[in-house]
Design a protein around this ligand. Structure first.
Ligand SMILES: *Cc1c(COP(=O)(O)O)cnc(C)c1O
Length: 425
Protein backbone atom coordinates (compact mmCIF):
# COMPACT_ATOMS: atom_id res chain seq x y z
CA UNK A 1 0.00 0.00 0.00
CA UNK A 2 1.20 3.54 -0.63
CA UNK A 3 2.26 5.76 2.25
CA UNK A 4 -0.84 7.99 2.02
CA UNK A 5 -3.12 4.97 2.16
CA UNK A 6 -1.37 3.77 5.29
CA UNK A 7 -1.71 7.15 6.99
CA UNK A 8 -5.36 7.39 5.98
CA UNK A 9 -6.14 4.01 7.56
CA UNK A 10 -4.57 5.19 10.80
CA UNK A 11 -6.30 8.56 10.56
CA UNK A 12 -9.70 6.95 10.08
CA UNK A 13 -9.32 5.16 13.42
CA UNK A 14 -8.67 8.44 15.23
CA UNK A 15 -10.33 11.32 13.34
CA UNK A 16 -13.94 11.23 12.10
CA UNK A 17 -13.65 10.44 8.39
CA UNK A 18 -9.87 10.56 8.78
CA UNK A 19 -9.87 14.36 8.48
CA UNK A 20 -10.32 17.62 10.38
CA UNK A 21 -12.42 19.32 7.70
CA UNK A 22 -14.92 17.23 5.68
CA UNK A 23 -14.11 18.10 2.07
CA UNK A 24 -10.56 16.81 2.52
CA UNK A 25 -11.92 13.25 2.77
CA UNK A 26 -12.60 13.09 -1.02
CA UNK A 27 -16.15 11.84 -0.35
CA UNK A 28 -17.65 13.81 -3.21
CA UNK A 29 -15.14 12.63 -5.81
CA UNK A 30 -14.49 9.14 -4.43
CA UNK A 31 -11.19 7.51 -3.54
CA UNK A 32 -9.00 8.33 -0.56
CA UNK A 33 -7.00 11.50 0.03
CA UNK A 34 -3.25 11.78 -0.34
CA UNK A 35 -1.22 13.18 2.53
CA UNK A 36 1.07 16.13 1.96
CA UNK A 37 4.64 16.18 3.17
CA UNK A 38 5.61 19.68 2.10
CA UNK A 39 4.71 22.44 -0.30
CA UNK A 40 6.60 25.14 -2.16
CA UNK A 41 5.34 27.68 -4.69
CA UNK A 42 2.64 26.16 -6.88
CA UNK A 43 3.50 22.59 -5.85
CA UNK A 44 2.46 20.13 -3.20
CA UNK A 45 4.74 17.17 -2.50
CA UNK A 46 2.86 14.14 -1.21
CA UNK A 47 4.22 11.68 1.33
CA UNK A 48 4.36 9.26 -1.62
CA UNK A 49 6.90 11.50 -3.31
CA UNK A 50 4.59 12.85 -6.01
CA UNK A 51 4.61 16.55 -7.03
CA UNK A 52 1.28 18.19 -7.84
CA UNK A 53 0.41 21.58 -9.35
CA UNK A 54 -1.97 22.85 -6.70
CA UNK A 55 -5.26 24.66 -7.48
CA UNK A 56 -6.60 24.28 -3.94
CA UNK A 57 -4.06 26.67 -2.43
CA UNK A 58 -5.20 25.61 1.04
CA UNK A 59 -8.78 26.59 0.00
CA UNK A 60 -7.81 30.18 -0.55
CA UNK A 61 -5.09 31.48 1.77
CA UNK A 62 -2.07 30.67 -0.42
CA UNK A 63 -2.34 33.60 -2.85
CA UNK A 64 1.48 33.72 -2.97
CA UNK A 65 1.73 29.96 -3.39
CA UNK A 66 3.17 27.81 -0.64
CA UNK A 67 5.77 28.79 1.91
CA UNK A 68 6.81 32.13 0.39
CA UNK A 69 10.14 33.34 1.71
CA UNK A 70 9.00 36.72 3.17
CA UNK A 71 6.18 35.08 5.14
CA UNK A 72 8.45 32.34 6.42
CA UNK A 73 10.99 34.95 7.49
CA UNK A 74 8.33 37.00 9.29
CA UNK A 75 7.12 33.96 11.23
CA UNK A 76 10.68 32.97 12.14
CA UNK A 77 11.38 36.52 13.33
CA UNK A 78 8.28 36.59 15.54
CA UNK A 79 9.07 33.11 16.86
CA UNK A 80 12.31 34.39 18.39
CA UNK A 81 10.26 36.63 20.67
CA UNK A 82 7.73 34.03 21.81
CA UNK A 83 4.50 32.46 20.58
CA UNK A 84 1.73 34.01 22.71
CA UNK A 85 1.62 36.61 25.45
CA UNK A 86 -1.98 37.31 26.45
CA UNK A 87 -1.24 41.04 26.16
CA UNK A 88 -1.41 43.44 23.24
CA UNK A 89 1.60 43.25 20.90
CA UNK A 90 2.95 45.55 18.17
CA UNK A 91 2.13 42.85 15.58
CA UNK A 92 -1.62 43.45 15.97
CA UNK A 93 -1.24 47.15 15.32
CA UNK A 94 0.87 46.49 12.23
CA UNK A 95 -1.68 44.15 10.65
CA UNK A 96 -4.65 46.34 11.66
CA UNK A 97 -3.05 49.36 9.99
CA UNK A 98 -2.64 47.45 6.74
CA UNK A 99 -6.13 45.93 6.76
CA UNK A 100 -7.86 49.23 7.49
CA UNK A 101 -5.79 50.88 4.79
CA UNK A 102 -6.58 48.23 2.16
CA UNK A 103 -10.29 47.54 2.75
CA UNK A 104 -12.39 50.62 1.87
CA UNK A 105 -15.24 50.24 4.39
CA UNK A 106 -13.08 49.67 7.48
CA UNK A 107 -12.26 52.15 10.19
CA UNK A 108 -11.73 49.55 12.91
CA UNK A 109 -11.06 45.83 12.88
CA UNK A 110 -10.97 42.97 15.38
CA UNK A 111 -8.88 39.86 14.85
CA UNK A 112 -10.03 36.35 15.65
CA UNK A 113 -8.84 32.89 14.62
CA UNK A 114 -10.96 31.76 11.66
CA UNK A 115 -13.41 32.91 9.04
CA UNK A 116 -16.18 31.17 10.97
CA UNK A 117 -15.46 33.24 14.07
CA UNK A 118 -15.45 36.35 11.91
CA UNK A 119 -18.89 35.78 10.33
CA UNK A 120 -20.36 34.59 13.64
CA UNK A 121 -19.14 37.77 15.31
CA UNK A 122 -20.47 40.04 12.56
CA UNK A 123 -23.94 38.58 13.11
CA UNK A 124 -23.79 39.09 16.87
CA UNK A 125 -22.52 42.61 16.39
CA UNK A 126 -25.25 43.40 13.84
CA UNK A 127 -27.91 42.00 16.17
CA UNK A 128 -26.50 43.86 19.16
CA UNK A 129 -26.21 47.08 17.21
CA UNK A 130 -29.69 46.99 15.67
CA UNK A 131 -31.56 45.28 18.51
CA UNK A 132 -33.10 42.90 15.95
CA UNK A 133 -32.80 39.10 15.65
CA UNK A 134 -33.55 38.13 12.05
CA UNK A 135 -30.80 37.75 9.46
CA UNK A 136 -30.88 37.06 5.73
CA UNK A 137 -28.53 34.74 3.90
CA UNK A 138 -28.44 33.50 0.32
CA UNK A 139 -28.83 29.89 -0.76
CA UNK A 140 -25.48 28.36 -1.68
CA UNK A 141 -23.47 30.92 0.31
CA UNK A 142 -21.18 29.42 2.93
CA UNK A 143 -20.14 31.50 5.90
CA UNK A 144 -18.31 28.89 7.96
CA UNK A 145 -19.98 26.50 10.35
CA UNK A 146 -21.99 29.08 12.29
CA UNK A 147 -25.23 27.50 13.61
CA UNK A 148 -27.72 29.94 12.18
CA UNK A 149 -25.85 30.15 8.86
CA UNK A 150 -25.62 26.41 8.17
CA UNK A 151 -28.78 26.55 6.12
CA UNK A 152 -28.50 25.77 2.41
CA UNK A 153 -24.82 26.50 2.81
CA UNK A 154 -23.06 24.94 -0.18
CA UNK A 155 -19.46 23.75 0.11
CA UNK A 156 -18.57 20.89 2.47
CA UNK A 157 -22.10 20.67 3.76
CA UNK A 158 -23.43 20.38 0.23
CA UNK A 159 -20.98 17.70 -0.86
CA UNK A 160 -22.44 15.42 1.81
CA UNK A 161 -25.68 15.75 -0.15
CA UNK A 162 -27.11 17.57 2.83
CA UNK A 163 -27.06 21.34 2.63
CA UNK A 164 -28.30 21.72 6.21
CA UNK A 165 -26.51 20.42 9.27
CA UNK A 166 -27.95 18.23 12.02
CA UNK A 167 -27.51 19.73 15.45
CA UNK A 168 -28.71 23.22 14.56
CA UNK A 169 -31.74 24.02 16.75
CA UNK A 170 -34.80 24.88 14.69
CA UNK A 171 -35.07 28.05 16.79
CA UNK A 172 -31.68 29.25 15.49
CA UNK A 173 -32.40 28.37 11.87
CA UNK A 174 -35.76 30.11 12.15
CA UNK A 175 -34.04 33.47 12.67
CA UNK A 176 -32.44 33.03 9.23
CA UNK A 177 -34.36 34.04 6.11
CA UNK A 178 -33.13 32.52 2.86
CA UNK A 179 -33.08 34.32 -0.45
CA UNK A 180 -31.91 33.19 -3.89
CA UNK A 181 -28.73 34.85 -5.19
CA UNK A 182 -29.13 37.19 -8.19
CA UNK A 183 -32.85 37.67 -7.54
CA UNK A 184 -33.51 41.31 -6.62
CA UNK A 185 -37.30 40.78 -6.81
CA UNK A 186 -37.21 38.19 -4.03
CA UNK A 187 -35.11 40.55 -1.89
CA UNK A 188 -37.55 43.40 -2.50
CA UNK A 189 -40.49 41.18 -1.55
CA UNK A 190 -38.90 40.00 1.70
CA UNK A 191 -37.94 43.52 2.72
CA UNK A 192 -41.36 44.98 2.00
CA UNK A 193 -42.84 42.41 4.37
CA UNK A 194 -40.17 42.16 7.11
CA UNK A 195 -37.57 44.84 6.45
CA UNK A 196 -37.86 46.41 9.90
CA UNK A 197 -37.17 43.09 11.67
CA UNK A 198 -33.98 42.29 9.80
CA UNK A 199 -30.71 42.95 11.63
CA UNK A 200 -28.39 41.99 8.78
CA UNK A 201 -28.03 40.68 5.28
CA UNK A 202 -24.91 38.53 5.01
CA UNK A 203 -23.61 37.60 1.59
CA UNK A 204 -20.58 36.27 -0.19
CA UNK A 205 -20.62 39.06 -2.79
CA UNK A 206 -19.05 36.60 -5.25
CA UNK A 207 -20.28 33.24 -3.92
CA UNK A 208 -17.37 30.82 -4.16
CA UNK A 209 -18.45 27.87 -2.04
CA UNK A 210 -20.90 26.31 -4.51
CA UNK A 211 -18.56 26.64 -7.43
CA UNK A 212 -18.20 30.29 -8.43
CA UNK A 213 -21.19 32.56 -9.03
CA UNK A 214 -20.93 36.16 -10.20
CA UNK A 215 -23.39 38.96 -9.47
CA UNK A 216 -25.57 40.33 -12.23
CA UNK A 217 -25.50 44.12 -12.71
CA UNK A 218 -27.54 45.88 -10.06
CA UNK A 219 -28.01 42.91 -7.71
CA UNK A 220 -25.55 43.95 -4.98
CA UNK A 221 -26.67 47.58 -5.41
CA UNK A 222 -30.26 46.52 -4.70
CA UNK A 223 -29.18 44.86 -1.46
CA UNK A 224 -27.25 47.96 -0.42
CA UNK A 225 -30.33 50.13 -1.06
CA UNK A 226 -32.74 47.82 0.78
CA UNK A 227 -30.42 47.63 3.80
CA UNK A 228 -29.91 51.38 3.98
CA UNK A 229 -33.66 52.06 3.76
CA UNK A 230 -34.54 49.57 6.48
CA UNK A 231 -31.80 50.17 9.03
CA UNK A 232 -30.38 46.73 8.22
CA UNK A 233 -26.63 46.15 8.21
CA UNK A 234 -25.12 44.77 5.01
CA UNK A 235 -22.35 42.27 5.75
CA UNK A 236 -19.93 41.25 3.03
CA UNK A 237 -18.31 37.92 3.78
CA UNK A 238 -14.99 38.51 2.03
CA UNK A 239 -13.20 35.61 3.72
CA UNK A 240 -12.51 34.21 0.25
CA UNK A 241 -12.53 37.30 -1.97
CA UNK A 242 -10.77 39.74 0.36
CA UNK A 243 -7.21 40.58 -0.77
CA UNK A 244 -7.61 38.03 -3.60
CA UNK A 245 -9.67 39.89 -6.21
CA UNK A 246 -8.33 43.33 -5.30
CA UNK A 247 -6.51 44.70 -2.24
CA UNK A 248 -9.93 45.70 -0.86
CA UNK A 249 -11.87 42.72 -2.23
CA UNK A 250 -15.24 42.92 -3.97
CA UNK A 251 -16.16 46.16 -2.19
CA UNK A 252 -13.26 47.83 -3.94
CA UNK A 253 -14.11 46.23 -7.31
CA UNK A 254 -17.79 47.17 -7.18
CA UNK A 255 -17.64 50.37 -5.16
CA UNK A 256 -20.39 49.05 -2.88
CA UNK A 257 -19.72 49.77 0.79
CA UNK A 258 -20.89 47.15 3.27
CA UNK A 259 -21.50 48.03 6.92
CA UNK A 260 -19.47 45.08 8.18
CA UNK A 261 -16.88 42.87 6.50
CA UNK A 262 -15.76 39.38 7.51
CA UNK A 263 -12.24 38.37 6.50
CA UNK A 264 -10.03 35.31 6.79
CA UNK A 265 -7.82 33.06 4.69
CA UNK A 266 -5.24 35.33 2.96
CA UNK A 267 -5.21 37.69 5.95
CA UNK A 268 -3.32 35.09 8.00
CA UNK A 269 -0.58 34.32 5.49
CA UNK A 270 -1.25 30.60 6.02
CA UNK A 271 -1.71 30.76 9.79
CA UNK A 272 -5.16 30.78 11.46
CA UNK A 273 -6.51 34.35 11.38
CA UNK A 274 -9.97 35.78 10.90
CA UNK A 275 -11.03 39.40 11.22
CA UNK A 276 -14.11 41.56 11.02
CA UNK A 277 -14.47 45.26 10.77
CA UNK A 278 -16.56 48.25 9.85
CA UNK A 279 -17.17 51.83 10.85
CA UNK A 280 -15.91 53.16 14.16
CA UNK A 281 -19.47 53.65 15.31
CA UNK A 282 -20.53 50.02 14.75
CA UNK A 283 -17.27 48.45 15.90
CA UNK A 284 -17.35 50.41 19.16
CA UNK A 285 -20.46 48.40 20.09
CA UNK A 286 -17.98 45.58 20.89
CA UNK A 287 -16.66 44.84 24.37
CA UNK A 288 -14.81 46.43 26.13
CA UNK A 289 -16.39 49.64 24.75
CA UNK A 290 -19.91 48.36 24.20
CA UNK A 291 -22.35 45.61 25.16
CA UNK A 292 -21.58 43.01 22.44
CA UNK A 293 -19.19 40.41 23.85
CA UNK A 294 -16.50 38.81 21.71
CA UNK A 295 -13.10 37.47 22.79
CA UNK A 296 -10.31 34.99 22.06
CA UNK A 297 -7.37 33.62 24.07
CA UNK A 298 -5.16 33.37 20.98
CA UNK A 299 -6.73 36.23 19.00
CA UNK A 300 -4.07 38.55 17.59
CA UNK A 301 -1.47 35.81 18.03
CA UNK A 302 1.96 37.30 17.25
CA UNK A 303 3.09 34.57 14.81
CA UNK A 304 -0.20 34.76 12.91
CA UNK A 305 -0.20 38.56 12.83
CA UNK A 306 3.39 38.60 11.55
CA UNK A 307 2.53 36.08 8.82
CA UNK A 308 -0.53 38.08 7.77
CA UNK A 309 1.39 41.34 7.72
CA UNK A 310 4.08 39.82 5.50
CA UNK A 311 1.47 38.34 3.15
CA UNK A 312 -0.34 41.67 2.75
CA UNK A 313 2.92 43.58 2.33
CA UNK A 314 3.90 41.17 -0.42
CA UNK A 315 0.57 41.81 -2.16
CA UNK A 316 1.17 45.55 -1.99
CA UNK A 317 4.70 45.13 -3.31
CA UNK A 318 3.79 42.83 -6.20
CA UNK A 319 0.38 44.31 -7.10
CA UNK A 320 -0.37 40.95 -8.80
CA UNK A 321 -4.02 41.50 -9.67
CA UNK A 322 -3.64 42.11 -13.41
CA UNK A 323 -1.32 39.13 -13.67
CA UNK A 324 -3.71 36.88 -11.71
CA UNK A 325 -6.59 37.97 -13.94
CA UNK A 326 -4.50 37.12 -16.98
CA UNK A 327 -3.71 33.66 -15.58
CA UNK A 328 -7.37 33.02 -14.76
CA UNK A 329 -8.50 34.08 -18.22
CA UNK A 330 -5.82 31.87 -19.81
CA UNK A 331 -7.15 28.76 -18.03
CA UNK A 332 -10.76 29.70 -18.73
CA UNK A 333 -10.12 30.20 -22.44
CA UNK A 334 -8.00 27.04 -22.72
CA UNK A 335 -10.71 24.88 -21.18
CA UNK A 336 -13.55 26.48 -23.12
CA UNK A 337 -11.68 25.96 -26.39
CA UNK A 338 -11.51 22.21 -25.77
CA UNK A 339 -15.16 22.12 -24.69
CA UNK A 340 -16.21 23.90 -27.91
CA UNK A 341 -14.26 21.41 -30.04
CA UNK A 342 -15.90 18.51 -28.26
CA UNK A 343 -19.35 20.10 -28.03
CA UNK A 344 -19.33 19.80 -24.23
CA UNK A 345 -21.72 21.96 -22.17
CA UNK A 346 -18.93 23.42 -20.01
CA UNK A 347 -19.24 26.71 -18.12
CA UNK A 348 -16.09 28.20 -16.58
CA UNK A 349 -17.00 31.22 -14.43
CA UNK A 350 -13.82 33.12 -13.60
CA UNK A 351 -12.87 36.23 -11.68
CA UNK A 352 -9.18 37.01 -11.30
CA UNK A 353 -7.47 34.01 -9.73
CA UNK A 354 -10.73 32.15 -9.01
CA UNK A 355 -12.58 29.81 -11.37
CA UNK A 356 -14.77 26.74 -11.33
CA UNK A 357 -16.13 24.15 -13.75
CA UNK A 358 -19.84 23.53 -14.23
CA UNK A 359 -21.37 21.12 -16.71
CA UNK A 360 -24.51 22.99 -17.74
CA UNK A 361 -25.93 24.31 -21.01
CA UNK A 362 -26.42 27.85 -19.74
CA UNK A 363 -24.33 30.12 -17.52
CA UNK A 364 -24.84 29.21 -13.86
CA UNK A 365 -26.27 32.19 -11.96
CA UNK A 366 -27.97 30.75 -8.88
CA UNK A 367 -27.77 27.88 -6.42
CA UNK A 368 -30.64 26.13 -8.22
CA UNK A 369 -28.57 26.25 -11.40
CA UNK A 370 -25.63 24.78 -9.46
CA UNK A 371 -27.77 21.90 -8.18
CA UNK A 372 -29.12 21.26 -11.69
CA UNK A 373 -25.61 20.99 -13.18
CA UNK A 374 -24.07 17.58 -13.91
CA UNK A 375 -21.37 16.73 -11.35
CA UNK A 376 -20.26 13.35 -12.76
CA UNK A 377 -17.88 14.79 -15.39
CA UNK A 378 -16.05 16.77 -12.68
CA UNK A 379 -15.33 13.58 -10.73
CA UNK A 380 -13.70 12.04 -13.80
CA UNK A 381 -11.71 15.18 -14.50
CA UNK A 382 -10.58 15.37 -10.88
CA UNK A 383 -9.11 11.86 -10.91
CA UNK A 384 -7.55 12.20 -14.34
CA UNK A 385 -5.93 15.46 -13.23
CA UNK A 386 -4.63 13.98 -9.99
CA UNK A 387 -3.10 11.02 -11.82
CA UNK A 388 -1.36 13.50 -14.10
CA UNK A 389 0.04 15.83 -11.48
CA UNK A 390 -2.71 18.46 -11.14
CA UNK A 391 -4.61 18.83 -7.87
CA UNK A 392 -8.11 20.32 -8.25
CA UNK A 393 -10.38 20.77 -5.22
CA UNK A 394 -11.97 17.41 -4.37
CA UNK A 395 -15.50 18.65 -4.96
CA UNK A 396 -17.34 20.20 -7.91
CA UNK A 397 -18.62 22.85 -5.48
CA UNK A 398 -15.27 24.28 -4.43
CA UNK A 399 -13.58 27.08 -6.30
CA UNK A 400 -10.14 26.59 -7.90
CA UNK A 401 -7.43 29.08 -6.95
CA UNK A 402 -4.40 30.31 -8.83
CA UNK A 403 -1.44 31.86 -6.97
CA UNK A 404 1.26 34.32 -7.92
CA UNK A 405 3.64 31.32 -7.86
CA UNK A 406 1.87 29.49 -10.71
CA UNK A 407 4.13 29.77 -13.76
CA UNK A 408 3.16 29.91 -17.41
CA UNK A 409 4.51 26.37 -17.75
CA UNK A 410 2.24 25.27 -14.87
CA UNK A 411 -0.78 26.79 -16.59
CA UNK A 412 0.07 25.30 -19.99
CA UNK A 413 0.57 21.89 -18.42
CA UNK A 414 -2.78 22.28 -16.63
CA UNK A 415 -4.68 23.15 -19.81
CA UNK A 416 -3.08 20.12 -21.50
CA UNK A 417 -4.01 17.75 -18.65
CA UNK A 418 -7.54 19.05 -18.15
CA UNK A 419 -8.00 19.23 -21.94
CA UNK A 420 -7.15 15.50 -22.16
CA UNK A 421 -9.61 14.80 -19.37
CA UNK A 422 -12.34 16.74 -21.20
CA UNK A 423 -11.62 14.91 -24.47
CA UNK A 424 -11.97 11.58 -22.69
CA UNK A 425 -15.41 12.34 -21.23
C1 LIG B 1 -13.75 29.62 4.17
C2 LIG B 1 -14.88 30.53 4.35
C3 LIG B 1 -15.43 30.81 5.61
C4 LIG B 1 -15.01 30.08 6.85
O1 LIG B 1 -13.68 30.30 7.18
P1 LIG B 1 -12.93 29.23 8.13
O2 LIG B 1 -11.60 29.86 8.37
O3 LIG B 1 -12.91 27.96 7.36
O4 LIG B 1 -13.76 29.12 9.38
C5 LIG B 1 -16.42 31.76 5.70
N1 LIG B 1 -16.86 32.41 4.61
C6 LIG B 1 -16.36 32.17 3.39
C7 LIG B 1 -16.87 32.95 2.22
C8 LIG B 1 -15.37 31.22 3.21
O5 LIG B 1 -14.91 30.97 1.98
Amino acid sequence: MNVSGDYFQRAEQLLPGGVNSPVRAFRSVGGTPFFTKSAKGSRLRTVDGKDLIDYVCTYGPAVHGHNPEPVRRAIAGALEDGTSFGTPTPHEVALAERVVDMVPSLEKVRFCNSGTEATMSTLRLARGHTGRDAVVKFTGCYHGHVDSLLVKAGSGALTQGNPDSAGVPAAFASTTHLLPYNDPEAANALFSEKGEEIAAVIIEPYPANCGLLLPEPGFLETLRRLCSRNGTLLIFDEVMTGFRLAPGGVQELTGITPDLTAMGKIIGGGLPVGAFGGSREIMDTLAPLGPVYQAGTLSGNPLAMAAGTAALDLLRELDPYADLEHKGAFLQEGLLAVARQKGLPLQVPQAGSMFSLFFADEPVRSFDDVLASDTDPFKKIFHHALENGVFLPPSPFETCFISTAHTEADLERTVAVLGDALRQL
